[in-house]
Design a protein around this ligand. Structure first.
Ligand SMILES: C[S@@+](CC[C@H](N)C(=O)[O-])C[C@H]1O[C@@H](n2cnc3c(N)ncnc32)[C@H](O)[C@@H]1O
Length: 476
């Protein structure tokens, strides 16, 4: 839908109307980072500073959370009708639905009548209509992620968002006023659902109780890992306040930043649309499929209960680690002692159970690395798991190497923004380096396992069996 954007200058009137206080700060454009919070005079916070150092305060009832959406539904019959029809959803989806409605009722297409507007109806018009989040990138821009860990993650997210959007469409189509606004007049499209998801992901704050909320104006604060100058917290009046950090000084005109946390480059790009050079941790998560010729593949996936992955990370000392609980399950077969049984309850329901030896391990499919420890050929199983991960990383590196070379295109084709190419290329470089280090570690592990006496004996016995089979065939 066309967003009825408001200029930043209008924010001052909005915050006066809604009791959002700024103290010596303003919201202004910041080079290369969209909008940010800027000091209007030199600021410092030392132990002797008399005031509490708050730069911004936001009343509790402006904080957009799932509870706020439920309250809004109680007061607003029209929204309640939609909220009830859509049904109980996650906190995130409740907030997304609320944001979508605010965008719709403030959009240029809207004829007055659907829903009472509230402070967020206007506030959404100050938000960026095209945040640089990969789920909103064009197809061509997303092609730049080929071979990175985000290639699959973004595709999977887009598919999940499409399912959410279709469910919303189905449940709201029977409601006259929402059918008319959302669908008949074409106000809302699937791209709008991607937008509200991207806005929430890139702007929500995690409170100390673990809840993710959106806080108007505080969500204009950009990120700094090494030298954030502000933090947010509840003040004594129950408002959410942005405080200057202890010992911090900010010259007039400089930006005030908060710390979004330490995340991998892929997570930063996925959630915020940029990679922070200072903080991005070296880490990635790749999907891991069962072996294509494994007859137990489906059963293994079922009992594992979630998407199998391999995670790679580099610690503070520069050592690379890999983690893949599924690789151990994937490496086991029936002749090793792995067994699947279907148990039938008296009521007729059936359950798939997995046994290791004679023990029922259905509840702990992630612990096969430990479960195999006491087995006489434990090192053989480890060698198989290492080989599975190693093959996977080799093919991922090959995809990264054969990826797209779009940097330096002049002129840059339409639908291909320079900042997206740059961010994707940064991600590719970082992930290639990490995967290469992981390959070294895995090759070293494989070499050590191949030298293990149990492995040597096992491989020797396998070879002898194969030779016997061959000579039997020849004799026949
Ligand atoms: C919470 S919002 C901050 C306000 C935002 N700049 C705006 O224009 O509304 C988070 C977004 O700001 C941008 N951002 C924040 N910190 C940044 C940084 N250090 N470098 C580049 N972009 C940044 C990213 O686009 C991110 O998704």
């Amino acid at each position: 839908m066309p967003i009825n954007e408001l200029p930043l200058q209008a924010l001052s009137a909005w915050r006066h109307l809604n009791d959002v206080n700024f103290c010596n700060v303003k919201v202004a454009p910041v080079d290369g980072r969209g909008t940010g919070i800027v000091a209007e005079r030199a600021l410092s916070k030392t132990e002797e500073t008399p005031d509490d150092g708050s730069l911004m305060t936001v009343p509790h009832d402006l904080i957009l959370s799932s509870e706020m959406v439920e309250e809004y539904a109680k007061e607003n019959n029209n929204f309640r009708e939609l909220f009830v029809a859509v049904g109980r959803k996650s906190d995130r989806e409740n907030v997304l639905l609320f944001l979508l409605v605010q965008l719709a009722i403030s959009s240029e297409n809207h004829r007055a009548g659907t829903g009472i507007s509230n402070p967020w109806t206007t506030y959404t018009r100050f938000l960026p209509p095209n945040p640089p989040i990969p789920t909103l990138w064009s197809d061509l821009e997303r092609a730049c992620l080929k071979g990175t860990s985000l290639e699959h993650a973004v595709t999977a997210k887009l598919s999940a968002l499409s399912t959410e959007f279709n469910a919303l469409k189905d449940s709201s189509s029977d409601l006259f006023s929402w059918f008319e606004l959302f669908w008949e007049r074409g106000t809302v499209s699937s791209r709008d659902w991607l937008l509200v998801d991207a806005l929430f992901r890139s702007r929500c704050l995690e409170l100390s109780n673990g809840h993710s909320v959106m806080v108007p104006c505080v969500d204009m604060a950009n990120h700094s890992f090494k030298s954030p100058t502000a933090r947010f917290e509840w003040n004594q009046k129950g408002e959410l306040a942005l405080f200057l950090r202890e010992g911090c000084t900010v010259p007039k005109g400089d930006e005030i930043t908060i710390n979004y946390g330490e995340k991998s480059a892929a997570e930063m790009l996925f959630s915020y649309g940029f990679i922070d050079q200072e903080s991005a941790k070296d880490g990635l998560v790749l999907p891991l499929n069962p072996l294509p010729d494994d007859p137990l593949a489906k059963a293994k996936l079922f009992v594992f209960g979630k998407a199998p992955t391999v995670s790679i990370s580099r610690d503070g000392q520069g050592n690379v680690h890999w983690l893949s609980p599924f690789a151990y399950l994937a490496s086991l077969n029936e002749e090793d002692g792995l067994e699947f049984r279907v148990l039938q309850e008296t009521g007729g329901s059936q359950h798939l159970k997995v046994f290791w030896g004679e023990a029922d391990v259905t509840e702990k499919p992630e612990t096969f690395k430990t479960l195999i420890q006491d087995h006489s050929i434990c090192e053989v199983f480890k060698l198989r798991a290492v080989s599975i991960v190693l093959d996977h990383i080799e093919s991922q590196l090959a995809q990264l190497g054969g990826g797209v070379a779009l940097e330096g295109l002049d002129p840059v084709p339409p639908l291909l923004r320079g900042e997206c190419i740059k961010a994707a290329s940064e991600l590719r470089d970082r992930e290639s380096r990490l995967l290469e280090s992981a390959l070294e570690v895995l090759n070293e592990e494989r070499t050590q396992l191949l030298a293990n006496k149990n492995v040597v004996a096992y491989l020797g016995s396998m070879e002898a069996t194969q030779n016997d089979d061959q000579s039997e065939q020849t004799a026949n």
